[in-house]
Write a protein that binds this ligand. Structure first.
Ligand code: DX5
Ligand code: ZN
Length: 217
């Protein structure tokens, strides 16, 4: 299974997102993680689909779009049109989740589902055949720079076990407070995609390369 280090643009320079994005491509990464916030599902705002579309043109990176929205179903069209390669939606809010998953899949792009640190892993189970990525948040979403919650790795282990038993092929992603010091325990638990905001952007090029090597990219 491929392993990926996905820098989170939330920790980049919001006055010059293009430069922060290009930096990641120059570093040799393949993915960029984009955090969209609505001020309802999470107590913060970031940017919108126009920003994703404008960044998309001129970048070769894989756009991993994480929608932290109370009603992601209402905003799928613009994020699909923006050129997202993977759209991840949360399972906590109430909306027609099945239809939203179907809409993303029918658009021919990858589908991700996400849960917060204290949400039971069981919420993923009905979808395991129809999902490309399961995101286990390792902080309560909304802000970068928080501390990694290691207890979330129990959910990763459970997902990893079910993936083998059920013959599924979804990726498992962690997001929030992830740094090089967490790589070993995450790999052991079954993590495939490591989202890193603060720890990535504050690192120098050599440290970033070492971080990527340590995840097995
Ligand atoms: C948290 C976001 C994360 C965030 C991670 O709400 O979903 O993607 O950018 O940032 P760090 O790595 O700084 O916790
Ligand atoms: Zn995120």
């Amino acid at each position: 299974m491929k392993k990926i280090l996905a820098p989170s643009l939330l920790a980049g320079d919001h006055g010059n997102l293009r430069a922060s994005l290009d930096e990641v491509e120059t570093d040799g990464r393949q993915w960029i993680h984009l955090d969209l916030m609505d001020g309802h599902f999470v107590p913060n705002l970031s940017f919108g689909p126009q920003t994703v579309a404008d960044l998309r043109s001129g970048s070769k990176l894989f756009f991993d779009v994480h929608l932290m929205l109370q009603r992601p179903d209402l905003y799928l069209d613009p994020f699909i049109a923006a050129g997202s390669e993977l759209i991840t939606i949360h399972l906590e809010p109430e909306y027609d989740q099945l239809s939203a998953v179907k809409k993303i899949r029918d658009a021919g792009i990858q589908t991700g589902l996400a849960i917060n640190p204290d949400t039971p892993v069981d919420l993923f189970f009905p979808y395991l055949d129809n999902v490309d990525l399961c995101l286990c948040m390792t902080v309560n979403p909304g802000f970068g720079g928080q501390s990694f919650k290691a207890y979330v790795l129990d959910k990763v282990r459970e997902l990893s076990k079910r993936r083998v038993e059920g013959g599924h092929d979804f990726l498992i992603e962690v997001d929030g407070g992830v740094g090089p010091q967490h790589v070993e325990e995450c790999l052991e638990a079954g993590v495939d995609v490591f989202v890193a905001g603060t720890s990535y952007y504050k690192a120098n090029p050599e440290e970033r390369a070492e971080f990527a090597r340590s995840v097995g990219e």
